[in-house]
Structure formats: C-alpha cells, structure tokens
Design a protein around this ligand. Structure first.
Ligand code: F6P
Length: 323
C-alpha cells in the first residue's frame, strides 16, 4: 500500500484531530503517502482531497472539532454516490481508508468496502460511546467532563433556589453520557433509554426525597429517553407535584466542542496508529478499539449490529448514592 486517505464523518468529537494527526504521522513513519478527505463522504464524492504531511497536523492534538470538517452525506447512501466516491479514490490513487466516526460512518464504510473493495479501517470517533468493539470512543471522556462541569454549576443554583432541574444530555439512543454525569454530578435520578423508568417512578422518587428533607434535585435525562425529552418529563412531573419549582437545561452541542481531555488524546493517538498499522497488515472492514486495555479489531458488521450494554449496576449506584 502506497497511498491512503483519512476522513472524519458524522457528529464531530473532541480528539478527532488527535486521531487524524496519529494517522498522518504513522503513515509518514511507515513511508506511505496520506491524504485528508474534507467533509467526510460528501468530500469523497466531490474529490476534496488534500495531501497531508507531518507538518500539516502540527499544533492540532489539543484542538476540538475536526480540521478535516465533517458532514452527514445523503448522496453516499445511494449506489450512484458511492460509485462517484470510488471513481474519485481510484483517480487519486488511494488504496486504503481510515474512517473516523460512529455507527453511520461505519455502516457506509462497510457497504462501500463490500461493493468496491477499498480496504477500510475505522476509528471510533463519537461522543456517544455507543459502539460495540471498544470500551470508550474518542470524544466521550471530554463530553462527559463538559456535561459534568455544567451540572456542577446547575447544582449551585438549584441548591440556592430549592429547585428541581431536569438536565438533558446528548447520547442519541444511549445513556452512556447520562450515566457518569448522574453518578459524578450527584443526581437524584437518571433516565436513560436502556431502562424503563416511568414518569410515575420519577415522581415517587422525588416525593420520597422531599420527605427526607431534600430541597433541590437534579434529574439527568438522556436525549434518547423513551418517556420523552427533558421538557416533557419536567412538565409531567410539575403536573404531579405542583409545589415543585422545576427548570429545564439542555446542555446540547457544548458537549461536542472543546479541547480533548488527556484520556481522549491518548485513546485517539493509540487508535490512529492502530488503524494505519492495521491497514498495512491487511486488516479491512474492521474498527480498531480498546477493550480491557487491549487493542482489538472488530468487524464493522458487529460494531454496527451488536449493542454495547450499559452496566446495570450503575442504576443502583445512583439510587444508593442519592439516598
Ligand atoms: O452522535 C453525536 C451526537 O451529538 C448525538 O449525541 C446527537 O444525537 C446527534 O449527534 C446530534 O446531531 P446533530 O449535530 O446533527 O444535530
């Protein structure tokens, strides 16, 4: 393999730049040419390729966002779009790909490789941490710390005014961000899609805390929560306990920005190296990840289809610690 390309796709995540940097420098280290594809699959279709060298990624390890930009491409979901992307790669002599992104990115990568045979290794880059085949995804640690910092601040004002805050965190269909935020932020309740906590149960729990003389409360709600979003849940709770002074905070895209944490920079660097060396060793259609501190390559099909289960004992921790 003489020339590879790297791209970032889907929602950006802190540490993506650290991963791009590791990919570029590992390629340079092994004497391979490396290109960056701008704006993910959309740029691949349009042929937005940029030659990268060691200096191109200097001063990027600490930066949030992605220097390669990101996009979610509708066109790549069509056979015609993928054909155009393939033609662009062939015209530019690209022999292998490193795809940094989440589930949607790997669904596209897997199909693309099966259709056109360009070897691809994935790097898990998403704040959601919802990918099977790695204990942590790049960006997750930073996002959790960002959300936690916000929750600490909310707690100050919740406490001063004796209020109940419903704080919505990101995570698409999973409670991976919500859970450590609830435990680390000392929340009374956490609502995640993986468990069925009804609004009635939330009401009962708040009433019981109230009886134990608690006067302020934090309820962390994952955005994918089946009972509804933070506004809906807050409204229902308010109807059931009118004397409760409720407020809602949606932390939102703040969770996607900012300088990556030390853990994310380390993970991104490990994975970036592993992705390139995996490609050079003949790996393809797989995602590089770290499981139990060991480097593993998981087939895209497993990453996409298998569910990474959340540790149920965490729910119990929230219950015990909020007593
Ligand atoms: O996948 C990352 C993520 O931030 C999810 O947590 C969230 O559901 C989604 O992306 C938001 O996407 P967008 O930035 O397109 O609104």
């Amino acid at each position: 393999m003489k020339r590879i390309a790297v791209f970032t796709s889907g929602g950006d995540a802190p540490g993506m730049n650290a991963c791009v940097r590791a990919v570029v420098r590992t390629a340079v280290y092994h004497g391979i040419e490396v290109y960056g594809i701008m704006r993910g699959y959309s740029g691949m279709i349009k042929g937005e390729f940029v030659r990268l060298d060691s200096a191109s990624v200097a001063n990027t390890i600490q930066k949030g966002g992605t220097i390669l930009k990101s996009a979610r491409s509708q066109k790549f979901q069509t056979r015609e779009g993928r054909q155009q992307a393939f033609d662009q790669l062939v015209n530019n002599g690209i022999e292998g790909l490193v795809a940094i992104g989440g589930n949607g990115t790997f669904t596209g990568a897997s199909l693309f490789e099966e259709e056109f045979g360009i070897p691809t290794v994935g790097a898990p880059g998403t704040i959601d941490n919802d990918l099977y085949g790695t204990d942590y995804t790049i960006g997750y640690d930073t996002a959790v710390n960002t959300a936690l910092e916000a929750i600490d601040k909310i707690r100050d004002t919740a406490d001063s005014h004796d209020r109940c805050f419903f704080v919505e965190v990101m995570g698409r269909d999973s409670g991976y961000i919500a859970m450590p935020c609830a435990i680390g932020g000392g929340a009374e309740i956490v609502m995640i899609p993986e468990t069925q906590m009804s609004t009635e149960a939330v009401v009962e729990s708040l009433k019981s805390s109230w009886r134990r003389s608690k006067t302020s409360f934090i309820v962390v709600v994952a955005e994918g929560e089946e009972e509804g979003n933070a506004h809906t849940v807050a409204q229902r709770v308010k109807e059931a306990i009118p004397q409760l002074d409720t407020r809602v905070t949606i932390i939102g895209h703040i969770q996607r920005g900012g300088a990556p944490s030390a853990a994310d920079r380390l993970l991104a660097s490990q994975i970036g190296i592993a992705a390139v060396e995996g490609l050079l060793n003949g790996m393809h259609n797989v995602m590089a990840g770290i499981v139990d501190r060991k480097l593993v390559y998981t087939p895209f099909s497993d990453t996409i289809n298998k569910k990474k289960l959340i540790n149920q004992s965490f729910m119990r921790m929230v219950e015990i610690l909020s007593v």
